[in-house]
Design a protein. Structure first.
Length: 237
């Protein structure tokens, strides 16, 4: 018996007519992306190919995530629960996980009025956390969109034209936008500062995508610096 067969033997497919729930979670952020079902063949394909495969209950057939959309899920880790009848996939998601185009299938939020209220401080903390998450995923979505323009027709996509032009052209745009931000700050024009900073962030993301630097590598580097004095961090370089 090989290693894959040995693993499959541990999973209990008997409770849901040969199916088990499979939760896909973003490997880097921990965000829950989707819930689907697997039969034994789907799980075996997932393990052997390193790409998520599921079983469609409506079509009664095996399907590969992203087969038509290109939004595949590359498997980083697989866990199974204490009853051996559910699977957790930690994946690197290309593009959107949901067929609606949303990053996650769980984009519909239940109104807070239906949920028991905690004290006001905890409510404020939740709101801050939600806002941070919204900003984070907006930037990640922008990165994914920019990265998806690689190989597109430069005559139809400005981003594709920039990526095709290379680091020097993108670098010049960064220099131009940096100067625009500085001049806006000197002038004290807050609306202009917002506008120019948005441009600057956009071109930084283009440079990231061009360099094929993972968006989460930047986030992880910033997290690494949390609680470290700026002076100490500079000395450690």
């Amino acid at each position: 018996m090989n290693e894959v067969d040995s693993f499959l033997k541990q999973i209990d497919f008997s409770k849901l007519d040969g199916l088990i729930p499979a939760v896909a979670q973003d490997y880097f952020s921990g965000e829950v992306l989707m819930l689907a079902f697997m039969n034994e063949e789907a799980l075996e394909k997932t393990v052997e190919t390193g790409v998520a495969h599921y079983f469609s209950r409506s079509r009664h057939k095996l399907w590969k995530k992203g087969e038509t959309s290109g939004n595949i899920q590359s498997i980083k880790e697989i866990f199974f629960d204490c009853d051996s009848d559910s699977i957790l996939l930690k994946v690197v998601q290309k593009g959107a996980a949901c067929h609606t185009g949303h990053r996650t299938c769980f984009y519909s939020k239940v109104s807070n009025s239906l949920i028991a209220k905690n004290n006001s401080r905890n409510q404020d903390e939740r709101r801050i956390g939600d806002n941070d998450k919204e900003l984070f995923y907006s930037l990640k979505l922008l990165y994914d969109i920019v990265a998806s323009r690689k190989g597109a027709d430069p005559n139809k996509s400005y981003v594709a034209r920039l990526l095709n032009a290379g680091a020097e052209k993108i670098g010049k745009k960064l220099q131009e936008e940096s100067l625009e931000v500085i001049l806006s700050v000197i002038d004290g024009d807050k609306d202009k500062i917002v506008y120019e900073l948005a441009d600057l962030i956009f071109f930084y993301i283009v440079m990231l995508a061009y360099s094929e630097v993972d968006f989460f590598a930047i986030i992880n580097e910033l997290k690494r610096r949390e609680g470290i004095s700026g002076l100490d961090e500079k000395k450690s370089r």
